[in-house]
Design a protein around this ligand. Structure first.
Ligand SMILES: *Cc1c(COP(=O)(O)O)cnc(C)c1O
Length: 479
């Protein structure tokens, strides 16, 4: 397929710009570039066909099943997009006078109320642009809390090995020493290991719950108690709240700080790289450390922006990705209390339906009731047939199914992590189950064909190592 730069002719263009209705402005000569940029010169039809062709080569939730674990590739209602496209939201400027943007501020106020009801934490900031950015923000809140109390000896963050990879990375970015603790044989945090790890140097614990093997930690209250008794704070990675929202609240479990991914659980599509939103919630007394400005209702009944008393400063410009918040608010408002609960229940039901249906060939790494996702190991299949998790994942593409997450979490060999999401039907899951069973049988009858799968996609097996090590991110015009 030709790149957009390889299409078109010099001088070809489309005239869709309206006539200039303000005086033309001639910038200073010194500011002008010496050469015109090498932009493609194409017609509107060429552009339109080019992007449609690109779209056909990609797999999205509109093309088929997309059970990418830990990513929540679910259907997001288009009404959320419509609300976020309203000119009243898209045409506002962050520096506009407060009284002219009361509606936008109300969105932030209302979303904080909703998230507070869902999580049990009092205050939220919407500045963080993604989940990992939220983790970093939350950890800075924990740091500020200890510093404010004059306790500077707390230099360690405890992270179980079943945590999402961003957790230890964020803690390290924040200048903390990361203490990794192993999981017990049931996939939950090993309480003895936790007790041995906490002490006067513990700043806090970061827990991904449900964890990366899809398990809700049954000792969760005991875990937060142990950390609190040692003087640390508890951070909840709530990136995937699909199984939990409306059912259980991190605040009630004893967590002090958390983030959510609006671009996973709350209706912003992702996978293309953004925009995202990773709001951070904190318990009441930590609100004073939050970054940015929060809308506060004054005695005049209007919303005013106020910086929290001991604010961290700013994690990002203005109010974060505001339109993502508009989508999330639309989503939870449309669902209502019952709908939110039903979404969670269906996420759990779907994951357990698939887990059970595959159990005889691929038992889950931890064979207990899972939350919104589960992890299977292809270790046995690999040893017996040479067919790896990668081969099986690639083979699924020929069935029109996006592969599950591969080789993650690291604690499971030949792992495939499957998240059906709440919006898939039984028929779709049955087709996927059938496809996985067929691949299993082919592994024994014709393993060779699987080593070369997929056979029917535009690209088969790109050289992923070279792509990662030497990425070509820029078009270089041949001269
Ligand atoms: C996706 C995810 C993150 C990171 O979120 P980003 O928006 O990709 O930065 C963190 N924790 C968990 C559990 C996740 O699933």
């Amino acid at each position: 397929m030709k790149l957009i730069f390889e299409r078109g002719q010099e001088g070809r263009h489309l005239s869709i710009l309206p006539k200039l209705d303000v005086p033309a402005y001639q910038p200073d000569e010194a500011l002008l570039r010496a050469q015109a940029p090498a932009l493609p010169e194409v017609s509107e039809t060429e552009i339109s066909r080019h992007y449609s062709a690109l779209e056909r080569r990609a797999h999205g939730v509109n093309n088929g099943f997309y059970p990418l674990g830990s990513c929540t590739m679910k259907y997001n209602p288009s009404i959320d997009e419509e609300m976020a496209a309203l000119p009243g939201f898209t045409n506002v400027h962050p520096l506009q006078a407060e009284k002219t943007v009361q509606g936008a501020l109300e969105v932030l106020e209302k979303m904080e109320e909703k998230l507070s009801a869902i999580t049990g934490l009092k205050y939220f900031t919407f500045q963080p642009a993604a989940g990992a950015h939220g983790e970093f923000t939350g950890l800075l809140v924990i740091k500020a809390y200890h510093k404010d109390r004059g306790d500077e000896a707390r230099k360690k963050i405890i992270v179980p090995d079943s945590a999402h990879g961003t957790n230890p990375a964020s803690a390290a970015m924040c200048g903390y020493e990361v203490v990794n603790i192993p999981s017990a044989s049931d996939g939950c945090v090993d309480l003895d290991a936790l007790k041995a790890a906490v002490g006067p140097d513990t700043a806090g614990l970061m827990l991904t719950n449900p964890n990366t093997v899809g398990i809700f930690d049954k000792n969760i209250e005991e875990i937060t108690r142990i950390v609190h008794e040692a003087g640390g704070l508890c951070y909840y990675d709530g990136a995937n709240l699909n199984a939990v929202m409306g059912i259980a609240r991190p605040g009630d479990m004893g967590f002090d700080v958390m983030h959510l991914n609006l671009h996973k659980t709350f209706a912003t599509p992702h996978g293309g790289g953004g925009p995202g939103s990773g709001p951070v919630g904190v318990r009441e007394d930590l609100g004073k450390f939050l970054p940015g400005f929060r809308p506060v209702r004054g005695e005049d009944g209007e919303l005013h922006l106020a910086q929290p008393e001991k604010s961290l400063g700013s994690m990002r410009s203005f109010f974060g990705n505001f339109l993502v918040v508009v989508k999330a608010l639309t989503y939870v408002t449309m669902l209502g209390r019952e709908g939110v609960l039903e979404a969670s229940r269906n996420a759990v039901l779907n994951a357990n339906y698939m887990r059970k249906a595959l159990e005889d060939i691929f038992p889950a790494a931890f064979p207990v009731t899972c939350m919104h996702e589960f992890v299977i190991s292809l270790d046995k299949l690999h040893k017996e047939t040479g067919v790896s998790a990668l081969d099986a994942a690639k083979a699924l593409l020929d069935y029109g199914i996006h592969p599950p997450t591969m080789y993650f979490p690291l604690i499971v060999h030949e792992a495939l992590m499957i998240e059906p999401t709440e919006t898939e039907t039984k028929e779709t899951m049955d087709e996927a189950i059938q496809a996985i069973r067929e691949i299993y049988e082919r592994a024994y009858s014709d393993p060779e064909s699987l080593h070369h799968a997929p056979h029917h996609t535009v690209i088969g097996r790109p050289d992923e190592v070279t792509a990662a090590r030497k990425p070509k991110l820029r078009y270089q015009k041949e001269v």
